[in-house]
Design a protein around this ligand. Sequence first.
Ligand SMILES: C[S@@+](CC[C@H](N)C(=O)[O-])C[C@H]1O[C@@H](n2cnc3c(N)ncnc32)[C@H](O)[C@@H]1O
Length: 293
Amino acid sequence: MGDEVRIVEDNVDATEAWNGPLFDVWMEFREILTGGVCGHGEHALALEPPREGDRVLDIGCGLGDTTVRLAQQVGAGGHAHGVDVAPRMIKTAVDEAAEAGIHNVTFATCDVESATFQDTFDYAFSRMGTMFFARPVAALRNVREALAPGGRLNMVVWRRKLDNEFLHRAELVVAEYLEEPEDYDAPRCGPGPFSMANADTVTDVLRAAGYENIRLGRVDLPYKVGDDLEQAVAMNLAIGPAAEVLRLWGDRVDELRPKIAADLRAALADYVVTGGAVFASSSTWIVTAAAPR
Ligand SMILES: C[S@@+](CC[C@H](N)C(=O)[O-])C[C@H]1O[C@@H](n2cnc3c(N)ncnc32)[C@H](O)[C@@H]1O
């Protein structure tokens, strides 16, 4: 499972972001972030499950929650291999899987865009891990080359911003105050969470990467944005398109942050349900495709 660890120049910035500030945010808001996308991932797995005994690749696996889930699905005769460009994500995934006593799982740090996988897989899965490559065709071609003939790809990606309004509202609030700065030191997360929102674009990317039988299915589910409004505001100020603009500005806009937080509180208030938790609608594509036979 010794995948190549070479990060292409275009992904160096994103790697720094995912291994640095976004790793910290992911740990802090883990329950909300992974809880929110869990239902979408489960839909994808129900629609196109791996088979018992399959060798499975989990692309951009983050902390390895889905890799462990896949390992359980394929059973002791199968294997799940999670890859992520952020070494801190992988270290946590390795430690947690070992602690949980999961034996049919491995992890490796690698940039999928430059990886040459040493193994062949029957099935590749990704929950929100394929939207951040600088060159998605190159990355998904590498995955396709690692699939056995007829091997399947199953990935979950965000649909358009307008149908994920809780993220979009935050972006609009920040835009009232700030555009992206021209100069900044903070790393960016790559093309961003909505880079595969357009069905035609994803289809073209997968076709160019050599896949067949490309299908997209829309899934809409409620997303818990926070246990309460404060957490929902904090989460939106920590990750997502609005948060990235703030991160790029850094401490140059400290005096604006309380005003932005107050506006965001007002913008998200109608998502609060009885009991105080914050629920919004969320929308993804479940994208399935296959390597040619
Ligand atoms: C939104 S997170 C999703 C994590 C996980 N799949 C989940 O659902 O919890 C995106 C992940 O993609 C990873 N990633 C971004 N660019 C990558 C690349 N070029 N190669 C491998 N992983 C990458 C990030 O490090 C991050 O962990």
